[in-house]
Write a new protein. Structure first.
Lengths: 514, 319
């Protein structure tokens, strides 16, 4: 009897043991190889964002496909294809799912890695990351939500402009893919009629590697390796030759430099403000008869990028930022504010499983890609099924990410125009169910980002419009469930975000892509 | 004869005090050299309180003014049934409540993980006043409520289903004893409520692969039918995982290590046969990605004899 019990127990454990699993795969590990539904061969005529036109950075005509130089390039491919290791095959499949997709994922990874608030100095002040010395603590940058929103937007916008130029020259020079010229070259990824000069993959690699110098200077080396892997994978796969890649990379870098120049002058560098600025927000709020926001951290941390509202937007001008600013929140002394604070107190003290799930699903706090990165992941997941060409994928991501950057600008302008306190400042008995962001409450950043994202995404993928709206509402209300925003922060944030999103829709309707 | 005592005592739920990684409670006797006699069922409640102000961020020891002191209270229901004198089945079910003294984070509370153990003593040799015994012990734990592991250090547990495999040896000379055990803990992946998380890379999944863990437990002291007093040293190691980065929050798959020293006292009341009281405490000597917790606890347990033939009071008094 004893032995039987022991054996049964051992067997049961063996079964449980077998069911335990360590394997965790990423959502896009098995993404299909990108086979665009159409080549968008006329995308060279689409309206760029910063470029004056597709020929602003001329691309020299390629050598003829019967030239000795080109034949040598074909021999390079044949040499690679003699023996392809499993590792090289994995790189081909990785990049084969889509260059825009993979660079978006890499960007989200970098943001997550750098999205950590600096630890305080011994005297209770806080150090600021230095772009001049990105490897010293605190690492540069602190990729918080406004910083990240801007980084995503610049990368996507630059990728889009560079691809518009690339498509222009693809059509003009019409050099076929290597496998079309030489039947001995295998096409290891889905072949298409898209001309291969300049290489769209190399354009993406060049743009992104160049932009890293500004946005994530501590990661230049890492990104350069990724860029080289992408370009070589496409040569190995028989999709591009050496000269296709070299022309593409050079074009990408030139276009990126134009965006870098804009970024250096867009006022983001001064967005952290100074002690004078921080004090002024407080005194001005008191002068209006309102309770000013106070950092709930110990030691008190300066507010996150308080002058980000002055950054130059992509979709409208600075005057429009101010025009989009919503009216004030309920006065801190009002009955309405009392009521809204009481509502949050009640929510945090009566959490349900579903509300907790929603809070965590949308938390997007430290060490995450932030709300703009979360929306980028949502968009990419849907774009995979749309079989967009690289230029269309980049265009759609640029619209999404510019909308979210501009949403961050309008949201931050509003936050620091009103400087109103968080629920847990109004009532210290309110304890939060997620991390409390270190900046004023009105309006909710999540809500503004989500309102903008759902609006432009609903235009891009109309079949999912209702789903995006529902997601935006859930993201918005998650901040009330978490105890860090009042209802009016969330509701007004969503409405304001939608208004920003409409600017992206207006652009989308007139950029020549639809 | 010592093995036949209807002794019951607690291991101080040692791993519970790992705080940053609230492990499933080590039910009372899954880690000591004492077996419940056949048909006896011992059950009781154990309360413990632990707290820390310092923690290891990776290997860097620090405090955090936005957490202050993080404290954890546990009330656990535990039981041990003697299927035979050589085979026991045990369980533990803790309710845990965590809170921080500073900062804005809300405390969390709830039922944590149910643990079930089978403890088998395949060998027992006695000669003179010495006894040597060997044990093979296996356990499983699984979460029994919908708590989230994704808000450490406030989360009440790691939410990983686990299987523990343990080998243990016990030696007794007169009233003095020493016990040593080694455990391998297989940990199942954990599901989060979000679909993007960063470890040393970004993962687009709601599942987190959990590194396995191992532990060593050495205890020695004085043991008679009436009481036990022992010192306990234990070492918990996570076999993999990553360090918290600077000023980051803890994450469920961090490399959580700790070594701890504790005291445990059990006393069987003379007045009420079968009733015992337990008191224990412990400190964390060193750690990694964990709080430096100190703990204190107490419990009360009672033995019920389900033997078909009722024992007389005279029988029980002999023990």
């Amino acid at each position: 009897m004893k032995k039987i019990t022991a054996y049964i127990s051992l067997c049961l454990m063996a079964i449980v043991l077998y069911s335990c699993s360590k394997a965790v795969s990423n959502a896009t590990d098995d993404a299909p190889m990108l086979a665009p539904a159409k080549t968008d061969i006329d995308a060279g005529a689409w309206k760029p964002i910063l470029l004056t036109g597709p020929t602003e950075f001329p691309v020299a005509a390629p050598a003829a496909v019967n030239s000795t130089g080109y034949i040598a390039e074909l021999n390079e491919i044949k040499g690679y294809q003699q023996h392809i290791t499993p590792e090289q095959q994995a790189a081909i499949r990785y990049w084969g799912a889509g260059g825009v997709l993979r660079w978006n994922e890499i960007m989200r990874e970098l943001v997550s890695k750098y999205n950590l608030p600096p630890y305080q100095n011994a005297d209770g002040t806080y150090p600021f990351p230095s772009a001049a010395n990105p490897f010293a603590y605190p690492l540069f940058p602190f990729a918080n939500p406004p910083y990240s929103a801007r980084a995503y937007a610049y990368i996507s916008a630059a990728q889009y402009d560079a691809l518009v130029a690339a498509w222009y020259y693809k059509k003009q020079y019409n050099r076929p893919a290597p496998s079309k010229t030489d039947a001995a070259i295998k096409s290891l990824l889905p072949a298409s009629d898209l001309p291969s000069y300049p290489s769209e993959d190399a354009v993406l690699a060049g743009v992104t590697a160049e932009m890293m110098k500004l946005l994530f200077p501590g990661e230049i080396a890492y990104i350069q390796q990724k860029a080289e892997e992408q370009m070589l994978a496409k040569i190995r796969a028989g999709m591009a030759t050496r000269s296709d890649v070299e022309a593409g990379e050079a074009l990408g870098r030139l276009v990126a430099q134009k965006f870098t120049a804009r970024a250096r002058a867009d006022r983001a560098g001064a967005a952290a403000g100074t002690q004078t600025d921080w004090t002024a927000f407080e005194t001005q709020t008191v002068a209006r008869g309102e309770i000013p926001w106070i950092s709930q951290e110990t030691p008190k941390r300066p507010p996150m990028l308080p002058l980000f509202g002055k950054v130059r937007p992509f979709l409208f001008d600075e005057a429009t930022t101010v025009a989009l600013r919503p009216g004030p929140p309920p006065s801190t002394g009002s009955e309405q504010m009392k009521k809204e604070t009481a509502e949050i107190y009640d929510l945090v003290n009566h959490p349900t499983a579903e509300r907790t799930r929603i809070t965590h699903f949308w938390a997007d706090g430290v060490a995450t890609p932030t709300p703009p990165g979360h929306w980028g992941a949502i968009a990419d997941a849907d774009f995979i099924g749309q079989r967009f060409s690289e230029v269309r994928w980049a265009r759609n991501m640029a619209l999404l990410n510019m909308a979210m950057m501009d949403a961050a600008i309008v949201c931050w302008d509003t936050k620091f125009a009103y400087f109103n306190p968080r629920p847990s400042q109004m009532n210290p008995a309110i304890k939060t169910l997620t991390g409390l962001p270190n900046f004023p409450s009105y309006i909710s950043g999540h809500s503004t980002f989500s309102g903008a994202a759902a609006t432009i995404l609903g235009y891009i993928v109309p079949g999912r419009a209702n789903a995006y709206t529902a997601m935006a509402q859930e993201a918005s209300v998650s901040r009330m469930y978490g105890g860090i925003h009042y209802r009016s922060d969330c509701e007004v944030g969503l409405v304001t975000g939608k208004k920003v999103g409409e600017y992206a829709v207006t652009r989308a309707k007139t950029d020549g892509a639809d | 004869m010592k093995r036949k005592q209807k002794s019951y005592r607690l291991v101080a739920g040692l791993f519970l005090y790992l705080l940053l990684a609230v492990q499933s409670v080590s039910a009372q006797t899954d880690i000591d050299g004492i077996m419940m006699a056949k048909n006896n069922f011992c059950s009781g409640l154990m309360y413990s309180h632990s707290s820390w102000s310092n923690y290891w961020e990776g290997t860097l020891k620090r405090n955090n003014a936005n957490l202050g002191t993080v404290s954890s209270s546990m009330l656990a229901w535990m039981g041990n049934y003697g299927v035979s004198d050589k085979l026991n089945v045990l369980f533990g079910l803790p309710y845990i409540s965590n809170k921080a003294s500073a900062g804005t984070l809300h405390g969390m509370k709830g039922l944590q993980d149910l643990s079930l153990w089978v403890k088998w003593m395949p060998l027992e040799k006695e000669w003179g006043s010495q006894t040597f015994s060997l044990y093979a012990i296996g356990g499983v734990s699984l979460p029994v409520s919908d708590y989230t592991p994704d808000l450490l250090p406030m989360s009440i547990g790691l939410r990983s289903k686990t299987i523990s495999l343990r080998a243990m040896a016990d030696y007794q000379l007169g009233s003095w004893f020493a016990t040593a055990s080694a455990t391998y803990v297989i940990r199942d992946k954990v599901t989060l409520d979000r679909e993007l998380y960063y470890t040393t890379q970004l993962h687009s999944s709601n599942e987190v692969a959990m590194p396995d863990a191992s532990s060593i437990n050495v205890r020695a002291g004085y043991r008679t039918g009436r009481m036990i007093a022992e010192a306990i040293w234990s070492n918990w190691r996570t076999l993999g995982g990553f360090d918290m980065t600077r000023n980051n929050m803890p994450f469920v798959s961090n490399r959580m290590n700790a070594s701890m020293l504790g005291l445990n006292i059990k006393y069987n009341l003379k007045a009420v046969s079968g009733l015992s009281l337990i008191a224990n405490g412990g400190v964390t000597l060193s750690g990694r990605n964990m709080g430096q917790a100190s703990s204190i606890g107490g419990g009360v347990f009672y033995i019920i004899d389900f033997s078909p033939k009722k024992k007389t009071k005279a029988d029980q008094a002999k023990k």
